[in-house]
Design a protein around this ligand. Structure first.
Ligand code: AMP
Length: 436
């Protein structure tokens, strides 16, 4: 039997409706902040991710699904390398959304210099070659938002407030989530800070794991969230970003916090919070439901250098992404779910001679916006009623020979079993009103 790939999921039924609900809430809420939706391709040139996310990150080094066309693959296998391929022949499935959105902004030049910032959101599958486990999939779904063209700390605060409001709208118990924030500095102060963390790791080399020693060279800040408890313990004595910010970054961070305080948003300052991707500058944040045990359900940060890395003009940016599957898991811990009930529907049942009439009545109901089911198997009236129950119909419209002769239909409420005769001319508007 054909099977799906481990770490991927089929979205259908209630689970599909959960994902759609998450998208609907995002569209509505983010719209009030001026965001429009964007969809970028699920595959991009490898360089889009390497430049944007960073060569030293786990995502780029270990987790990206690489794509070679069937025509190229034998050649790559034979040579044991892809070095001879042109950049456009080296492709990968997107592991996250920001790099592609920024690439699109650069390619279409849609960020006016000096104008209002561009605000975009997306809801799409992402792909990471991780070892599948609870809350960690190879294809998962993210809703994300990006603001490009503004460095004002008010934007950082608004993006965070929008995210926390989103969680509340999705049903999380207010106050149950922990928002952690930090500032990672910028091009002016980060290099020196990074060097001091690297030195710290080298000074404690005999106490750190192999991965951290490698990180010291590639990406020392990542040692703050090494999976090894002992490394994290050692790192508690390492220099902290907040003590090494330049004046501008310190002022920016202070203003972000002042705006959050003003909005009454609770947060925890976590000076060891460093996000996994290289492009973050200044504000970074993550949101967790402590008892969920599935890791962060969302996070993001400022990426003032990313636009240049993707070949554009220097343009500040900030964004976040949240994972659908982890949110659903975290909500389940609170005894909740994103699932919404199926749309109410109407079943049109008839006696054998009225098939043609059902056909046109069903069309009229659909034209009035009513979700309508009918029988396609010439079932008896009794089994059509059973079918109506099965599809959870709220109403059943019955077209018997007598009814049609009299120009009416019987409308049966499936819950109360009440029956009403309605003229065929008014049927569609009557049913639509009953369902509303
Ligand atoms: P990240 O870009 O790693 O910060 O991911 C943002 C959000 O996407 C996380 O907070 C998770 O909710 C979700 N996420 C990341 N990786 C995975 C994964 N492998 N499986 C499921 N959800 C994920």
């Amino acid at each position: 039997m054909a099977q799906r790939i481990q770490g991927t999921e089929d979205l259908y039924g209630g689970y599909m409706r959960s994902w759609q609900h998450m998208l609907d809430e995002a569209r509505e809420l983010f719209g009030t902040y001026g965001f429009d939706m964007i969809e970028t391709p699920a595959i991009e040139q490898l360089d889009t991710f390497v430049h944007g996310i960073g060569e030293s990150t786990d995502v780029v080094r270990k987790e990206m699904f690489r794509v070679f066309s069937g025509a190229l693959l034998p050649d790559v296998m034979e040579r044991g390398s892809e070095a001879h391929l042109k950049p456009r022949q080296r492709m990968a499935m997107r592991p996250e959304g920001t790099a592609g959105v920024v690439r699109a902004a650069v390619e279409h030049n849609f960020i006016p210099q000096g104008g209002a910032p561009v605000k975009l959101w997306y809801g799409a599958p992402m792909f990471r070659g991780e070892r599948p486990q609870k809350g960690r999939l190879r294809q998962f779904h993210q809703v994300g938002a990006e603001v490009m063209g503004a460095s004002d700390p008010a934007v950082d605060a608004e993006v965070i407030i929008m995210l926390m409001t989103y969680f509340e709208r999705l049903g999380f118990t207010p106050g149950s989530l922990t928002l952690r924030i930090n500032s990672m500095g910028d091009a002016a102060c980060r290099p020196a800070y990074r060097a001091s963390v690297k030195q710290f790791i080298l000074d404690h080399a005999d106490e750190m794991c192999e991965d951290c020693l490698e990180r010291a060279e590639l990406n020392p800040l990542r040692s703050f969230d090494c999976k090894n408890d002992h490394c994290r313990e050692v790192m508690t004595a390492a220099p902290l970003a907040k003590d090494n910010l330049c004046e501008e970054c310190a002022a920016h961070y202070a203003q972000v916090k002042a705006y959050l305080d003003e909005a009454g948003i609770a947060y925890v300052e976590d000076p060891t919070l460093v996000r996994g991707l290289d492009y973050y500058t200044r504000t970074v944040f993550e949101v967790e439901l402590d008892e969920a045990g599935v890791g962060a359900i969302g996070g993001g940060g400022r990426y003032d250098g990313l636009m240049e890395l993707e070949g554009g003009r220097p343009t500040p940016g900030i964004g976040f992404a949240v994972g659908f599957e982890r949110i659903e898991l975290a909500l389940q811990r609170q005894g909740k779910s994103l699932e919404t009930p199926a749309e109410p529907c109407v079943y049109v049942a008839c006696t054998p001679d009225q098939r043609l009439k059902v056909f046109s009545v069903a069309q009229a109901l659909r034209a009035a916006g009513v979700r309508t089911e009918e029988d396609y198997q010439a079932r008896s009236l009794k089994s059509q009623f059973k079918q109506a129950d099965k599809v959870n119909a709220r109403l059943c419209v019955v077209l018997g020979d007598d009814e049609v002769a009299a120009g009416v239909a019987t409308v049966r409420d499936m819950a109360s079993h009440e029956q009403t005769q309605v003229s065929l001319d008014e049927l569609a508007s009557y049913v639509a009103a009953q369902l509303a």
